[in-house]
Design a protein around this ligand. Structure first.
Ligand code: UD1
Length: 467
């Protein structure tokens, strides 16, 4: 296992490029299962999650290959397999994206239920509700979702839940409904750009989906889809993370390959903190010279502030000049980063789905533990802004979803080293010496001299004086 050693306090300056969106690439790779022929995907990021889904697709009869030009090529050679095994699915929840394509194209699916997750309770009841409405028979047995349907029929489906729309749920229901007889409507559909990207690719394959990017989708079923070549949209979460990196280090970054429309809510928050943000074509310019102003932020489904940027904004606001409240309405328990940010010196109190942040003017480097993907990004950002050295452990979370992030940050002035997670690699500055650990000496002028031999009760009196 690796850990990152970060030397903080350096403003980031330069040009950095965003890769393709992980959350678009995953359902799109899964959707390649429905096409005849070879699907060619450009801009699929090189991530552990992509490797995991490639293994799932191979187990489902697909040939998956990374070409020399970087494109990912997926050819289905066997349409019979329908089992997505626990051993693979447990590594990545988004493997559940194969459920809709399998049911739609092969009419059978047996997909392991994704297990627990550090960002909160993540049921798939809405996915199953939508697929049942299309006529699928679904049972849950021995940890697997068994779904089958000899015929799928169009239906009117309301897909909203207590926390709003569901992103991968909309992808799954849409990927099955494209093969249903007649018309399907999905209301309260997720409007995230990643869902739109999937829908656009399915339409290019021959599907008939209208209303993409709105909460009401109308889908006319078709019987066959052909393969296409498709380019994945830029990763708006990576872009937002880099924008926060510029702001938190009081640097200036030109961020290439961004879509400004996808970043409207994050841009609004950053501007409210006093960060300068401009767009020109597919480039964004972000600059900050002072402590951020405090702001209140609420993570909501798109087009609101993404829950996937909540932790990074919390890190930024930890250094604000006042009190901010960050609320997550999508994943109300997604606050595992708070205790770790507090180890770096942040003042944060959690109240239900909110973090109340009393800004400090200084964070100081220490050893922190990443709990999930976006929490890792938040800790890395906070470490870049902290004085001294920090160590981020369990960095495999970061590798799941950010393509070469430390390499990109080092390219613009960051000082991040990846080393084996071994006590021998712990920086000296984080190993407190015995002197630093000892209780400060008591000023002898106002302390009675200790008795030569302590009698019962006397040591107690001396300690209470120290307290
Ligand atoms: C996707 C993203 C994830 C992001 C999240 C919210 C991918 C691979 N992952 O996850 O990075 O944080 O969207 O933008 O795209 N819910 C239910 N029942 C369901 C499904 C969801 O109650 O059947 C709830 C969830 O617990 C959560 C909310 O709805 O509170 C949103 O979840 P959802 O949009 O489904 O998240 P994912 O698609 O899993």
């Amino acid at each position: 296992m690796d850990m990152l050693v970060v030397r903080g306090g350096r403003p980031l300056r330069g040009i950095v490029k965003v890769g393709g969106a992980k959350n678009a690439a995953l359902p799109i790779m899964a959707a390649a299962l429905v096409a005849e022929g070879t699907t060619v995907l450009h801009g699929v990021p090189d991530l552990v999650d992509v490797t995991t889904l490639s293994a799932v697709l191979r187990s489902l009869g697909a040939h998956v290959e990374r070409r020399a030009d970087g494109a990912l090529q997926i050819t289905v050679i066997d349409q019979q397999p329908c089992l997505a095994d626990y051993e693979l699915v447990r590594r990545m929840r988004a493997s559940v994206c194969v459920l809709g394509p399998l049911l739609g194209r092969r009419r059978r699916a047996c997909v392991s239920l994704p297990g627990g997750c550090n960002i909160g309770h993540r049921p798939i009841d809405l996915h199953l509700k939508g697929l049942r409405a299309l006529g699928a028979e679904i049972t849950i047995e021995r940890g697997y979702v068994f779904a089958r349907a000899d015929r799928l029929r169009g239906a009117d489906i309301y897909l909203g839940g207590s926390f709003g729309s569901t992103v991968t749920g909309t992808c799954n229901v849409m990927s099955a409904a494209i093969f249903a007889e007649g018309t399907t409507t999905i209301s309260a559909a997720a409007c995230e750009p990643e869902v739109v990207d999937l829908g656009n690719m399915l339409n290019a394959m021959g599907a008939r989906i209208e209303g993409l990017g709105t909460p009401l989708l109308r889908i006319e079923g078709v019987s066959n889809l052909h393969s296409v070549e498709h380019t994945i949209i830029p990763d708006r979460i990576e872009a937002a993370t880099l924008m926060v990196a510029a702001a938190i280090t009081r640097g200036e970054l030109t961020i290439e390959n961004v879509c400004s429309a996808h970043l409207a809510a994050v841009t609004d928050v950053l501007r409210a903190t006093g960060t300068e943000v401009h767009f020109s074509g597919s480039k964004s310019f972000v600059r900050s010279t002072a402590a951020p102003r405090p702001v209140d932020v609420t993570a909501l489904p798109y087009p609101g502030v993404p829950t996937d940027v909540q932790a990074q904004l919390t890190a930024l606001l930890a250094l604000a000049d006042g009190i901010s409240v960050v609320t997550d309405k999508v994943f109300p328990d997604r606050f595992m980063h708070i205790p770790e940010l507090m180890r770096l010196g942040a003042n944060i109190r959690r109240e239900g789905a909110s973090a109340i942040i009393s800004g400090t003017n200084r964070l100081s480097g220490t050893c922190v533990m990443a709990s999930d993907l976006r929490a890792s990004a938040a800790l890395l950002l906070a470490s870049l802004a902290a004085e001294g050295e920090s160590v981020i452990r369990r960095v495999y979370h970061l590798d799941r979803g950010y393509e070469h992030l430390e390499r990109k940050l080092n390219g613009v002035g960051g000082d991040i080293q990846r080393v084996a997670d071994d006590p021998a690699n712990m920086p000296d500055s984080l190993q407190l010496s015995a002197d630093e650990l000892s209780v400060p000496a008591i000023d002898s002028s106002d302390t009675p001299p200790p008795p030569k031999f302590l009698r019962r009760g006397e040591s107690q009196r001396i300690h209470s004086h120290v307290d």
